[in-house]
Write a protein that binds this ligand. Structure first.
Ligand SMILES: C[S@@+](CC[C@H](N)C(=O)[O-])C[C@H]1O[C@@H](n2cnc3c(N)ncnc32)[C@H](O)[C@@H]1O
Length: 248
């Protein structure tokens, strides 16, 4: 695959023509209202964001980021982040090793911010709604960080990712809630519906999905939050899941 064959606008590589979606519009607006769309200088600090309304949340995320970066082997790897947003995590990965990193998203505002903020980085910033379009590129590691809740089905997502994961490659899910039972997921779904209603974007609750343990069958739980872990200072509430290519 020759990326140079694709159109580039403001530094973002378009694997398909841009189509404005209701999701993108509402997502960006609600994130602005939540103060989660950060300034360029704040993005540069991530995940070590201080003096911000969401600093506490970023403290928890530092834990999973550091764990994941320690896990990556010291060898040449091609790595893909799906749902990279403003690009801080893809950029951090690229800065830690001999890695060829790609970050994809469907939200142009933040992809263009990634291009701007990480102008010196070698990461390729890609707009695509279909990960299969990256084929025949194959990735050693694919990571979905704080984004799997926007995909309706984890098994279907894994089948798409299977088309672009290398032999012996791995797919990692980080920083998203996975509910132990249907009942817990149902309760969370009601909370989400109420929340987006109050925020003025009720349509977003149809785009936010509550995945359950049974949706991640076959995953290795590399980190599982627990009360005991919390006592030891491991406060991140989200699991870290790994799927090996051979097991998908
Ligand atoms: C909460 S942000 C996470 C950003 C970043 N990965 C992080 O860890 O902070 C979720 C991102 O997923 C993106 N997203 C949602 N649906 C997507 C899809 N179908 N394909 C690619 N990205 C998607 C959103 O646009 C958003 O940028």
């Amino acid at each position: 695959m020759e990326l140079s064959n694709y159109s580039v606008h403001n530094g973002v590589i378009y694997l398909e023509p841009y189509r404005a979606s209701q999701f993108e519009k509402s997502y960006v607006k609600v994130r602005e209202k939540e103060q989660r769309i950060l300034s360029d200088s704040q993005v540069l600090q991530l995940p070590y964001l201080s003096n911000h309304v969401h600093s506490k949340e970023w403290e928890l995320r530092q834990e999973s980021v550091e764990r994941f970066l320690r896990y990556l082997p010291h060898k040449k790897l091609r790595i893909l982040e799906i749902g990279c947003g403003n690009g801080w995590f893809s950029n951090l990965i690229a800065s830690k090793g001999n890695f060829d990193v790609f970050g994809t998203d469907v939200n142009i505002k933040e992809l263009e911010q990634a291009v701007r903020v990480f102008a010196c980085s070698e990461v390729k910033w890609v707009y695509t709604t279909k990960v299969e379009l990256l084929s025949p590129l194959l990735f050693d590691v694919i990571v979905v960080n704080a984004a799997v809740q926007y995909f309706p089905s984890i098994p279907k997502l894994l089948q798409s990712l299977k088309t672009v994961v290398a032999h012996n490659g791995e797919i990692h899910l980080l920083d998203s809630p996975i509910y132990p039972s249907d009942q817990e997921a149902q309760k969370a779904s009601q909370r989400t519906e109420e929340y987006f209603g109050i925020m003025g974007f009720p349509e977003l609750s149809n785009q936010y999905f509550h995945h359950k343990n049974k949706d991640v069958k076959g995953a290795d739980w590399l980190y599982k939050p627990s009360k005991f872990g919390k006592l030891l200072g491991k406060k991140n509430p989200f699991p870290w899941l790994r799927f090996k290519q051979a097991d998908i």
